[in-house]
Design a protein around this ligand. Structure first.
Ligand SMILES: Nc1ncnc2c1ncn2[C@@H]1O[C@H](COP(=O)(O)OP(=O)(O)OP(=O)(O)O)[C@@H](O)[C@H]1O
Ligand SMILES: O=C(O)C1=C[C@@H](O)[C@@H](O)[C@H](O)C1
Ligand SMILES: [Mg+2]
Length: 181
């Protein structure tokens, strides 16, 4: 199968609802890599759900745990990692992600992100009176950061999860085949 032996790590970045967890899992299957999700890893390490960590320790407390977790995960080899949407706010996380793997930015329109996240109560930053406006503000703040870090930008608005994973694999394989030897 094409792409089966692609070396290195693939790090997925993007806003809440962009598809990092779902596409990441599919991409890991296609590339025979181990899949990690930074949010799930934080929950496994603490035994506490992300919204509860926000409640007890605030966003700052969560971000400190996120830095520790990204530090550990970016030391691994041959993984697909779905990062938390805000992981890129920390300079150490940004440096480690850019240095230790191929960074893939999954982007979607604010409306699409809103539709995908509106039923789910597990995103503390969106538990506000106007989650659409919050997503808009986060998009404006973070889109330039995601773009700046990305080796590849993938629009996730118009295709399903499996198609997108296959497309990313094709692009990565192409990129790998064309690399200077
Ligand atoms: N390309 C897509 N088309 C339609 N629905 C999608 C697509 N990608 C993801 N979804 C759906 O959107 C929801 C959010 O996806 P997912 O949890 O993977 O996002 P995420 O980027 O990991 O978000 P978070 O940063 O909050 O963890 C899920 O219900 C998922 O099935
Ligand atoms: O965009 C964010 O800042 C967040 C995204 C989620 O993945 C979680 O990491 C948490 O809810 C914060
Ligand atoms: Mg996720």
């Amino acid at each position: 199968m094409p792409g089966m032996n692609l070396p290195g790590n693939f790090f997925l970045i993007g806003l809440m609802g962009a598809g990092k967890t779902t596409i990441g899992r599919a991409l890991a299957r296609l590339t025979n890599k181990s899949f990690y999700d930074a949010d799930h890893e934080i929950e496994a390490r603490t035994g506490v759900r992300v919204p509860v960590i926000f409640e007890i320790e605030g966003e700052l407390g969560f971000r400190a745990r996120e830095v520790e977790t990204i530090r550990a995960l970016t030391d691994l080899q041959g993984i697909v990692l779905a990062t938390g949407g805000g992981a890129v706010l920390d300079p150490e996380n940004r440096a480690r992600l850019c240095q230790n793997g191929c960074v893939i930015y999954l982007r979607a329109s604010v409306e699409e992100l809103y539709q995908r996240t509106r039923q789910d109560k597990n995103r503390p930053l969106l538990q506000t009176a106007d989650p659409r406006a919050k997503l808009e503000a986060l998009y404006i703040e973070r889109d330039p950061i995601y773009r700046d870090m990305a080796d590849m930008v993938v629009d996730t608005s118009r295709q399903g999860v499996n198609q997108l994973a296959q497309q990313i694999l094709n692009d990565l394989s192409q990129h790998h085949a064309n690399r200077p030897r």
